[in-house]
Ligand binder design. Sequence first.
Ligand code: SD4
Length: 331
Amino acid sequence: MTSRRTFVRFSALAAAITILPDKLFAKTVPAIPLGKGTKPIVLSTWRFGIEANQAAWEVLKNGGRALDAVEAGVRVPEGDPKERSVGYGGRPDRDGRVTLDACIMDEFANIGSVACLEYIKHPISVARAVMEKTPHVMLVGDGALQFALSQGFQKENLLLEESEKEWKEWLKTSKYQPIANIENHDTIGMIALDANGNLSGACTTSGMAFKMHGRVGDSPIIGAGLYVDNEIGAATATGHGEEVIRTAGSHLVVELMRQGKSPKAACKEAVDRIVKLVERREKSLKDIQIGFIALNKAGEYGAYCLQSGFNYAVYDQNEGNRLIDSDYFLK
Ligand code: SD4
């Protein structure tokens, strides 16, 4: 490891000689700071991440693959009718249709995604089937539904009573005004590092409540709602998808970790970037929420969000399964 003295000497040298061979830095500055990370480890967005992590941990603790863990994990809120922003029971769009978005990415950079998928309870498993059984990476709308049915997924009604009631209430004003942290922000994004040191991620949502029919957010877009680079780390996002897409948010977080930033610092810089672009467009920050969680190859993790109220769940063998409040920008 580079001692402080060596570092000071190098700094002086760097100041004196403006051009140094890249190799010199490559030897002295590791791409990923080796911290107190651990593996296996799984993290996921929001409070329902606790239950989701539990299912993922069943896979990870037995030496299973991160890919299987993240799929099993996010299927929990997807299948839960009480969770009103993911899968079954999710809030509909403004036409009363529940349309789901999901994507998945593994350690080989295999990817699969579905967007605006109706009638299928577990879009994440359809996304995985797209990844494994088609030459494509993304299917949308009717095509995604046809494919799901061809793979044996069951067609069922996803609009349950509570969500329908809320939608009918909403129709009275028909104003699309997402409220930060309350009705819309419960995408589950999950990222995991398995015992073999491999990373994968999954992200799934019913998207913003009362959106226009056909609207797709960041969650099924690789690079926006989710990104995994098995050499570096993984990141996933929740919140206003339009802002995350604008910055290719999750890819940005992974690239910032590649430059040596800690997971939290990388998430923070991505949020800072979003803040700048919101301000540049003279929009108000206070109605927007964005949250990123990130995990690096060493098993270190972190998160950052725009405003208070975002939390995430982490499960590892040292500290078990816990919910952590994310640090935030708007203090
Ligand atoms: C979207 N990012 O569709 C999703 C919404 C979300 O927690 O994250 N909800 O824009």
